[in-house]
Ligand binder design. Structure first.
Ligand code: KG4
Ligand code: ZN
Length: 358
């Protein structure tokens, strides 16, 4: 079965094709193509995303990205989209929420049109749940790939630009929210503090790079609110104020700030992850979302989980599957095949992670 996955919830225009592997392989999903056009450079100029600009750019990018994805997947650029869609695609998956309304509409209307014209079923996908499915993809020999399939019950941490949520996954389609940030998302904290210290958007990768060569053991300068609370709640908004206040002292360089900020965010996420594992004792722990691309987070979480005396297996997707892409949308659709007619697809900008689509 070949599924086309369309993702436009934020600033990316992404289209991928995935295929299920023959039974007997542990990891069931293979990537045939994964094309992502980002309007990051446009947003770097304004220091963050202006929703109207993101959606306009997505309108421009959608058809070229779709065409490239189909050609790459089936290794045939002589055939037109119409022939490739008709011959090879079995279902169309699309992010219906959460996200920016203008951006979501670009993907959803494209998916509806393709579904209507080529008479293929549509599978609506929750973007946040889809991030978790990066852990079900067979991504070849990349570093960070475990080549095992997660087992249930699993605890997942979705940590992205707009969300920071812990969930319990008892099975595909059976998701309970366990806790999350009370204010800013971890990615948002990276993006906003990066701006304060003169680093470009998106802040996460910029902070990670700026802290690469900083060597100091004392990385405990900024507060970690709620790190010891007896729950999975977190708070990242105070970090902005703390950073802003400290910049007035004029004492430190950019590398110092970057390393201190990264450590404060990573410590909170790792500490809450260990708390979640202790409380729910899952068979698998699934890291996911854009911030999961952060190498310090990957390293610290791996270290801490491997030192635990329990049997929780850690899953960490390769970095390119952590940030927004069409592969995770199509993979989520493969495991949750709620097929609908094109007329029934609707966007839901504020969809929660435990929202049952059907
Ligand atoms: O999942 P994602 O691509 O989009 C959303 O669904 O929000 O996540 C984007 C977020 C941004 O806040 C970005 O700064 C952060 O992920 N991010 C990172 C890294 N790469 C992306 N944060 C820390 N370290 C990184 N390497
Ligand atoms: Zn995302």
């Amino acid at each position: 079965m070949n599924i086309l996955g369309i993702e436009t919830s934020c600033d990316e225009t992404a289209v991928a094709v995935v295929k299920d592997l023959p039974a007997g392989r542990q990891v069931a999903i293979e990537i045939l193509s994964n094309v992502v056009a980002s309007s990051e450079k446009l947003h770097a100029k304004t220091g963050g995303i202006i929703p109207e600009n993101a959606a306009r750019k997505q309108l421009d990018s959608m058809l070229p990205v779709l065409t490239e994805s189909l050609h790459f997947a089936f290794d045939d650029s002589r055939k037109d989209n119409s022939t490739l869609m008709t011959q090879h695609i079995d279902a169309i998956a699309v992010t219906v929420g959460p996200g920016l309304i203008g951006s979501l509409l670009v993907g959803v209307e494209t998916a509806k049109t393709l579904s209507m014209i080529y008479k293929k079923p549509l599978i609506p996908v929750n973007h946040l749940v889809a991030h978790l499915y990066a852990n079900w993809v067979d991504s070849g020999l990349e570093v960070g790939t475990s080549h095992r399939t997660p087992k249930f019950p699993a605890v997942g941490l979705v940590v992205s630009g707009g969300h920071t949520d812990f969930v319990l996954m008892r099975n595909h389609g059976d998701i309970t929210w366990l806790g999350g940030t009370r204010d800013d998302a971890a990615g948002e904290a990276f993006d906003k503090t990066a701006r304060l210290i003169g680093l470009p958007y998106p802040g996460g990768p910029a902070i990670s790079k700026a802290s690469e060569n900083y060597n100091d053991d004392r990385l405990d300068f900024f507060p970690r609110p709620m790190i010891n609370s007896d729950d999975l709640d977190m708070s990242f908004s105070g970090l902005k104020t703390a950073v802003l206040n400290e910049t007035k002292s004029g004492k430190h360089n950019q590398e110092w700030y970057a390393s201190q900020i990264q450590e404060a965010i990573v410590d909170t996420l790792v500490s809450k992850s260990i708390f979640a594992i202790g409380k729910y004792k899952p068979r698998s722990f699934l890291l996911s979302g854009g911030v999961a691309a952060n190498s310090r987070l990957r390293e610290k979480l791996t270290q801490k989980i491997s030192s635990l005396k329990n049997a929780t297996a850690l899953f960490v997707p390769p970095p390119r599957l952590c940030t927004d892409n069409g592969v995770v949308i199509a993979t989520c659709a493969y495991y949750n095949q709620y097929k609908i007619g094109w007329k029934d697809a609707e966007t839901n900008p504020s969809m929660a992670i435990d929202f049952a689509i059907l």
